[in-house]
Design a protein around this ligand. Structure first.
Ligand SMILES: C[S@@+](CC[C@H](N)C(=O)[O-])C[C@H]1O[C@@H](n2cnc3c(N)ncnc32)[C@H](O)[C@@H]1O
Length: 239
């Protein structure tokens, strides 16, 4: 079971509603420093420490977070849906797993804890997020390589990619990000993505299909879509 509370930064809201505008302001503040985003490389927002507690895969997690990092006060409800609905790896899982856009590391920490035989990478552009992910891995006694996107060895291919992707970076940047990393799925690899419907979950699924990926809406809960994505079929793809 997985417990998550509160309203998300990227949670359900009708387009243009008061709630959505308030949500945008929350994201912009991302601490208390004017227009800083959660995907700022070196946040200047006060690193006010927080602790995020949740359950996933039958385990309790108590992770460090801080201002200037995505959803530092509670497990993001989209991430909660992803960890509840997608099939988590287990003790027999091997290969390399990627948490794309790791934040303070909730997904990577769950993967590394439940799948100790796997190699787990956690990637983010926010240096504070990477520091927190490393600290959380140390505290849990698990191995996670938390690094910037350019530090991942180019030859690595991933058995699984997990992501609550950074929708707020804008569609062109998001598409470039997903193109880059999904191309690095192993031939039989699988990606699990969660996207809020009001932030374009369904149009993202359609775009991924247009790109030739095999996309299934695996689950839908609380306004979030959990997408299962596989490599394109045909030359260079899975099939
Ligand atoms: C929606 S948040 C999810 C964070 C975390 N996985 C969670 O569930 O709390 C998306 C994350 O992607 C990161 N991000 C933004 N642009 C990125 C990029 N080009 N490459 C990797 N991560 C990026 C942001 O800094 C942010 O931490």
């Amino acid at each position: 079971m997985l417990v998550a509370r509160d309203v998300p930064e990227d949670g359900p809201a009708e387009a243009g509603s008061r709630r959505e505008r308030a949500s945008r302001r929350t994201v912009r503040r991302s601490g208390d420093s004017g227009r800083e985003h959660y995907f700022t490389a070196n946040p200047t927002a006060p690193a006010r420490a927080s602790v995020v507690t949740f359950q996933a895969g039958g385990r309790e997690f108590r992770l460090r977070a801080a201002g200037g990092v995505f959803s530092a006060e509670r497990l993001d409800p989209g991430t909660a849906v992803l960890l509840r609905k997608a099939p988590l790896p287990g003790p027999a899982t091997e290969g390399t797993l990627l948490d794309l856009g790791c934040g303070y590391g909730p997904v990577a920490c769950v993967l590394a804890t439940l799948a100790p035989r796997a190699t787990v990478y956690a990637v983010d552009v926010n240096s504070r997020a990477l520091e927190l992910t490393r600290a959380n891995a140390d505290q849990l006694g698990v191995d996670i390589t938390a690094c910037g996107p350019d530090e991942v060895p180019a030859e690595l291919r991933f058995a699984q990619i997990w992501s609550n992707p950074p929708i707020r970076i804008g569609k062109p940047a998001l598409h470039a990000l997903l193109r880059h990393w999904l191309a690095r799925l192993a031939p039989d690899g699988v990606a699990w993505l969660v996207v809020a419907r009001h932030l374009g979950g369904d149009s993202l699924a359609a775009w991924l299909r247009d790109e030739g990926h095999d996309v299934v809406r695996h689950a839908s809960q609380q306004g979030y879509r959990v997408l299962r994505v596989r490599r394109p079929r045909g030359p260079g793809g899975a099939g």
